[in-house]
Design a protein around this ligand. Structure first.
Ligand SMILES: C[S@@+](CC[C@H](N)C(=O)[O-])C[C@H]1O[C@@H](n2cnc3c(N)ncnc32)[C@H](O)[C@@H]1O
Length: 278
Protein backbone atom coordinates (compact mmCIF):
# COMPACT_ATOMS: atom_id res chain seq x y z
CA UNK A 1 0.00 0.00 0.00
CA UNK A 2 1.19 3.50 -0.84
CA UNK A 3 2.42 5.40 2.21
CA UNK A 4 0.71 8.65 3.23
CA UNK A 5 3.20 11.43 4.02
CA UNK A 6 2.06 14.43 6.06
CA UNK A 7 3.90 17.62 6.78
CA UNK A 8 2.89 19.35 10.01
CA UNK A 9 2.53 23.15 10.17
CA UNK A 10 5.46 23.21 12.59
CA UNK A 11 7.84 21.31 10.29
CA UNK A 12 6.70 23.38 7.30
CA UNK A 13 7.49 26.56 9.29
CA UNK A 14 10.93 25.24 10.24
CA UNK A 15 11.79 24.38 6.62
CA UNK A 16 10.45 27.69 5.30
CA UNK A 17 12.43 29.60 7.97
CA UNK A 18 15.61 27.83 6.81
CA UNK A 19 14.85 28.83 3.20
CA UNK A 20 14.12 32.43 4.19
CA UNK A 21 17.30 32.73 6.26
CA UNK A 22 19.48 31.41 3.49
CA UNK A 23 18.02 32.82 0.24
CA UNK A 24 15.41 35.36 1.29
CA UNK A 25 12.43 33.54 -0.25
CA UNK A 26 9.36 33.41 1.96
CA UNK A 27 7.35 30.25 1.50
CA UNK A 28 3.86 31.30 2.51
CA UNK A 29 1.47 28.83 4.14
CA UNK A 30 -0.33 28.27 0.83
CA UNK A 31 2.92 26.78 -0.54
CA UNK A 32 2.76 23.88 1.91
CA UNK A 33 1.09 21.48 -0.53
CA UNK A 34 3.57 22.47 -3.26
CA UNK A 35 6.53 21.88 -0.94
CA UNK A 36 5.13 18.55 0.15
CA UNK A 37 4.58 17.32 -3.40
CA UNK A 38 8.06 18.46 -4.48
CA UNK A 39 9.77 16.78 -1.52
CA UNK A 40 7.96 13.45 -1.31
CA UNK A 41 10.27 12.03 -3.97
CA UNK A 42 13.26 12.94 -1.81
CA UNK A 43 11.77 11.24 1.25
CA UNK A 44 11.32 8.06 -0.78
CA UNK A 45 14.82 8.25 -2.29
CA UNK A 46 16.37 8.85 1.14
CA UNK A 47 14.22 6.14 2.72
CA UNK A 48 12.87 8.54 5.36
CA UNK A 49 9.67 7.94 7.29
CA UNK A 50 8.39 11.50 7.60
CA UNK A 51 9.14 15.21 7.15
CA UNK A 52 10.59 15.56 10.67
CA UNK A 53 13.27 13.07 9.71
CA UNK A 54 13.78 14.98 6.48
CA UNK A 55 14.27 18.24 8.40
CA UNK A 56 16.91 16.62 10.63
CA UNK A 57 18.68 15.28 7.55
CA UNK A 58 18.44 18.67 5.84
CA UNK A 59 20.10 20.69 8.58
CA UNK A 60 23.11 18.38 8.49
CA UNK A 61 23.56 18.13 4.74
CA UNK A 62 24.80 21.00 2.58
CA UNK A 63 24.10 18.89 -0.51
CA UNK A 64 20.49 18.29 0.50
CA UNK A 65 20.10 21.97 1.20
CA UNK A 66 21.14 22.71 -2.40
CA UNK A 67 18.55 20.16 -3.53
CA UNK A 68 15.90 21.93 -1.48
CA UNK A 69 16.84 25.28 -3.06
CA UNK A 70 16.46 23.67 -6.49
CA UNK A 71 12.98 22.49 -5.48
CA UNK A 72 11.71 25.76 -4.04
CA UNK A 73 12.91 28.18 -6.72
CA UNK A 74 10.73 28.89 -9.73
CA UNK A 75 12.82 29.00 -12.88
CA UNK A 76 10.36 29.87 -15.68
CA UNK A 77 12.13 31.84 -18.39
CA UNK A 78 12.47 32.13 -22.16
CA UNK A 79 14.50 33.82 -24.89
CA UNK A 80 13.61 37.50 -25.36
CA UNK A 81 10.97 37.29 -22.61
CA UNK A 82 9.25 40.67 -22.06
CA UNK A 83 10.71 41.88 -25.33
CA UNK A 84 10.00 45.57 -24.64
CA UNK A 85 13.16 45.54 -22.48
CA UNK A 86 15.25 44.43 -25.44
CA UNK A 87 13.57 47.04 -27.67
CA UNK A 88 14.46 49.69 -25.08
CA UNK A 89 18.05 48.48 -24.92
CA UNK A 90 18.35 48.84 -28.70
CA UNK A 91 16.49 52.14 -29.09
CA UNK A 92 17.73 54.01 -26.01
CA UNK A 93 20.30 52.39 -23.72
CA UNK A 94 22.87 51.24 -26.29
CA UNK A 95 22.81 54.47 -28.38
CA UNK A 96 23.29 56.40 -25.11
CA UNK A 97 26.27 54.23 -24.15
CA UNK A 98 27.72 54.51 -27.65
CA UNK A 99 27.50 58.30 -27.52
CA UNK A 100 28.72 58.88 -23.97
CA UNK A 101 31.23 56.25 -22.91
CA UNK A 102 34.96 57.06 -22.76
CA UNK A 103 35.84 53.40 -23.21
CA UNK A 104 34.23 50.96 -25.62
CA UNK A 105 33.35 48.63 -22.74
CA UNK A 106 29.98 47.42 -21.54
CA UNK A 107 29.54 45.52 -18.31
CA UNK A 108 26.15 44.16 -17.29
CA UNK A 109 24.51 41.59 -15.03
CA UNK A 110 21.67 39.13 -15.46
CA UNK A 111 20.79 38.54 -11.78
CA UNK A 112 18.55 35.50 -11.35
CA UNK A 113 19.37 34.27 -14.86
CA UNK A 114 17.76 30.82 -14.45
CA UNK A 115 18.81 28.51 -17.33
CA UNK A 116 20.56 31.27 -19.29
CA UNK A 117 17.98 32.39 -21.87
CA UNK A 118 17.95 35.97 -20.52
CA UNK A 119 21.77 36.31 -20.57
CA UNK A 120 22.05 34.84 -24.09
CA UNK A 121 19.26 37.17 -25.30
CA UNK A 122 21.25 40.17 -23.96
CA UNK A 123 24.43 38.82 -25.59
CA UNK A 124 22.65 38.41 -28.94
CA UNK A 125 21.25 41.96 -28.78
CA UNK A 126 24.70 43.41 -27.96
CA UNK A 127 26.39 41.34 -30.69
CA UNK A 128 23.87 42.43 -33.29
CA UNK A 129 24.03 46.08 -32.22
CA UNK A 130 27.85 46.29 -32.19
CA UNK A 131 28.35 43.99 -35.17
CA UNK A 132 31.64 44.81 -36.91
CA UNK A 133 32.68 47.31 -34.20
CA UNK A 134 35.37 46.76 -31.58
CA UNK A 135 33.15 47.10 -28.50
CA UNK A 136 34.07 44.85 -25.62
CA UNK A 137 31.07 43.58 -23.68
CA UNK A 138 30.80 41.08 -20.83
CA UNK A 139 27.76 39.74 -19.06
CA UNK A 140 27.79 38.31 -15.57
CA UNK A 141 24.89 35.86 -15.21
CA UNK A 142 24.05 34.47 -11.79
CA UNK A 143 21.52 32.31 -10.00
CA UNK A 144 21.19 30.45 -6.71
CA UNK A 145 19.94 27.24 -8.31
CA UNK A 146 22.85 24.98 -9.35
CA UNK A 147 20.73 22.83 -11.63
CA UNK A 148 19.58 25.69 -13.88
CA UNK A 149 23.08 27.21 -13.82
CA UNK A 150 24.47 23.94 -15.16
CA UNK A 151 22.03 24.12 -18.08
CA UNK A 152 22.92 27.80 -18.61
CA UNK A 153 26.63 26.97 -18.78
CA UNK A 154 26.00 24.19 -21.29
CA UNK A 155 23.92 26.52 -23.46
CA UNK A 156 22.00 23.70 -25.12
CA UNK A 157 18.31 24.23 -25.93
CA UNK A 158 15.56 22.31 -27.68
CA UNK A 159 13.60 23.61 -30.67
CA UNK A 160 10.62 24.28 -28.36
CA UNK A 161 12.79 26.35 -26.04
CA UNK A 162 13.81 28.50 -29.01
CA UNK A 163 10.18 29.19 -29.93
CA UNK A 164 9.83 32.76 -31.17
CA UNK A 165 13.53 33.17 -32.01
CA UNK A 166 14.01 33.92 -35.72
CA UNK A 167 15.68 31.42 -38.06
CA UNK A 168 18.32 34.03 -38.90
CA UNK A 169 19.32 34.42 -35.23
CA UNK A 170 19.28 30.64 -34.66
CA UNK A 171 21.54 30.06 -37.67
CA UNK A 172 23.94 32.81 -36.65
CA UNK A 173 24.30 32.08 -32.92
CA UNK A 174 23.53 28.37 -32.47
CA UNK A 175 24.88 25.17 -33.94
CA UNK A 176 22.93 21.96 -34.36
CA UNK A 177 23.96 19.06 -32.17
CA UNK A 178 22.55 15.60 -31.51
CA UNK A 179 21.93 14.27 -28.00
CA UNK A 180 20.28 10.92 -27.44
CA UNK A 181 19.23 10.91 -31.08
CA UNK A 182 17.41 14.22 -30.71
CA UNK A 183 18.35 17.52 -32.30
CA UNK A 184 19.35 20.42 -30.04
CA UNK A 185 20.80 23.89 -30.56
CA UNK A 186 24.05 24.84 -28.83
CA UNK A 187 25.17 28.42 -28.34
CA UNK A 188 28.25 29.13 -30.46
CA UNK A 189 31.56 29.58 -28.65
CA UNK A 190 32.09 33.24 -29.55
CA UNK A 191 28.76 34.19 -27.92
CA UNK A 192 29.20 31.82 -24.97
CA UNK A 193 32.54 33.53 -24.18
CA UNK A 194 30.80 36.84 -23.55
CA UNK A 195 29.09 35.44 -20.45
CA UNK A 196 30.43 34.34 -17.08
CA UNK A 197 27.95 32.19 -15.16
CA UNK A 198 28.27 32.05 -11.37
CA UNK A 199 26.32 30.90 -8.36
CA UNK A 200 25.44 34.06 -6.43
CA UNK A 201 22.92 34.49 -3.66
CA UNK A 202 21.08 37.80 -4.01
CA UNK A 203 20.00 37.79 -0.37
CA UNK A 204 21.22 40.92 1.45
CA UNK A 205 24.48 40.28 3.26
CA UNK A 206 25.79 37.96 0.52
CA UNK A 207 28.87 38.76 -1.54
CA UNK A 208 28.25 40.01 -5.10
CA UNK A 209 31.40 39.35 -7.21
CA UNK A 210 31.38 42.66 -9.09
CA UNK A 211 34.49 44.81 -9.33
CA UNK A 212 33.72 47.54 -11.89
CA UNK A 213 30.61 49.69 -12.24
CA UNK A 214 27.79 48.20 -14.30
CA UNK A 215 26.02 49.81 -17.24
CA UNK A 216 22.81 47.89 -16.66
CA UNK A 217 21.30 45.13 -14.55
CA UNK A 218 18.51 42.76 -15.53
CA UNK A 219 16.83 41.32 -12.43
CA UNK A 220 13.51 40.25 -13.81
CA UNK A 221 10.86 38.14 -12.13
CA UNK A 222 13.00 37.57 -9.05
CA UNK A 223 11.83 40.36 -6.68
CA UNK A 224 8.37 38.82 -6.77
CA UNK A 225 9.65 36.05 -4.45
CA UNK A 226 11.14 38.43 -1.85
CA UNK A 227 9.51 40.49 0.90
CA UNK A 228 9.60 44.27 0.98
CA UNK A 229 12.63 44.47 3.29
CA UNK A 230 14.70 42.14 1.08
CA UNK A 231 13.68 43.95 -2.15
CA UNK A 232 14.62 47.29 -0.66
CA UNK A 233 18.06 46.08 0.46
CA UNK A 234 18.81 44.43 -2.89
CA UNK A 235 17.68 47.46 -4.93
CA UNK A 236 19.99 49.65 -2.78
CA UNK A 237 22.86 47.30 -3.53
CA UNK A 238 22.06 47.43 -7.25
CA UNK A 239 22.07 51.23 -7.00
CA UNK A 240 25.63 51.22 -5.66
CA UNK A 241 26.84 48.82 -8.35
CA UNK A 242 25.45 50.81 -11.29
CA UNK A 243 27.30 53.74 -12.79
CA UNK A 244 25.44 57.06 -12.82
CA UNK A 245 22.76 56.90 -15.49
CA UNK A 246 22.85 53.08 -15.44
CA UNK A 247 19.64 51.10 -15.85
CA UNK A 248 17.81 48.50 -13.79
CA UNK A 249 15.35 46.25 -15.61
CA UNK A 250 12.79 44.50 -13.41
CA UNK A 251 10.18 42.00 -14.57
CA UNK A 252 6.61 42.96 -15.39
CA UNK A 253 5.36 41.34 -12.22
CA UNK A 254 8.02 42.98 -10.04
CA UNK A 255 7.16 46.67 -10.47
CA UNK A 256 4.52 47.21 -7.87
CA UNK A 257 6.66 45.52 -5.25
CA UNK A 258 9.74 47.60 -5.85
CA UNK A 259 8.54 51.05 -6.70
CA UNK A 260 7.85 52.23 -3.16
CA UNK A 261 11.44 51.58 -2.16
CA UNK A 262 12.76 53.58 -5.08
CA UNK A 263 12.34 57.12 -3.67
CA UNK A 264 14.22 59.91 -5.47
CA UNK A 265 17.27 57.92 -6.49
CA UNK A 266 15.67 56.43 -9.57
CA UNK A 267 13.84 57.72 -12.63
CA UNK A 268 11.15 55.57 -14.19
CA UNK A 269 12.55 55.39 -17.72
CA UNK A 270 10.21 52.90 -19.34
CA UNK A 271 7.98 49.93 -18.48
CA UNK A 272 9.61 48.40 -15.36
CA UNK A 273 12.89 50.08 -16.33
CA UNK A 274 14.60 52.42 -13.88
CA UNK A 275 17.52 54.78 -14.39
CA UNK A 276 19.95 55.63 -11.60
CA UNK A 277 19.93 59.38 -10.89
CA UNK A 278 23.07 61.24 -9.73
C1 LIG B 1 11.37 33.12 -12.56
S1 LIG B 1 13.11 33.01 -12.72
C2 LIG B 1 13.47 34.45 -13.69
C3 LIG B 1 14.46 34.18 -14.79
C4 LIG B 1 14.75 35.37 -15.71
N1 LIG B 1 15.29 36.48 -14.96
C5 LIG B 1 13.50 35.78 -16.44
O1 LIG B 1 12.87 36.79 -16.10
O2 LIG B 1 13.13 35.08 -17.39
C6 LIG B 1 13.67 33.50 -11.08
C7 LIG B 1 15.10 33.05 -10.78
O3 LIG B 1 15.56 33.68 -9.59
C8 LIG B 1 16.40 32.77 -8.90
N2 LIG B 1 16.51 33.15 -7.47
C9 LIG B 1 15.57 33.07 -6.51
N3 LIG B 1 16.07 33.46 -5.33
C10 LIG B 1 17.35 33.81 -5.53
C11 LIG B 1 18.41 34.27 -4.70
N4 LIG B 1 18.24 34.48 -3.38
N5 LIG B 1 19.61 34.52 -5.26
C12 LIG B 1 19.80 34.31 -6.59
N6 LIG B 1 18.86 33.85 -7.43
C13 LIG B 1 17.64 33.60 -6.91
C14 LIG B 1 15.70 31.44 -9.10
O4 LIG B 1 16.54 30.32 -8.90
C15 LIG B 1 15.19 31.57 -10.55
O5 LIG B 1 16.06 30.95 -11.46
Amino acid sequence: MLKEYCISDRTFRKISQLVYNSIGIKLKKNKKAMLKSRLIGRLIELDLENFDQYYKFLINSKEEFDNLINFVTTNVTSFFREDHHFDYLISKVLPELEANKDTKKIRCWSAGCSSGEEAYSIAIVLSEYFDGQDWDFKILATDINKEVLYKACEGVYSKEELKGVSEAIINKYFKLIKKNNKVYFKIRKNLREKIVFKKVNLKPGSYYPIKSKLDFIFCRNVFIYFDHHTRKKISNKFYKLLREGGYLFLGNSDTMFAIDSFDKKWRVANITTYQKLD
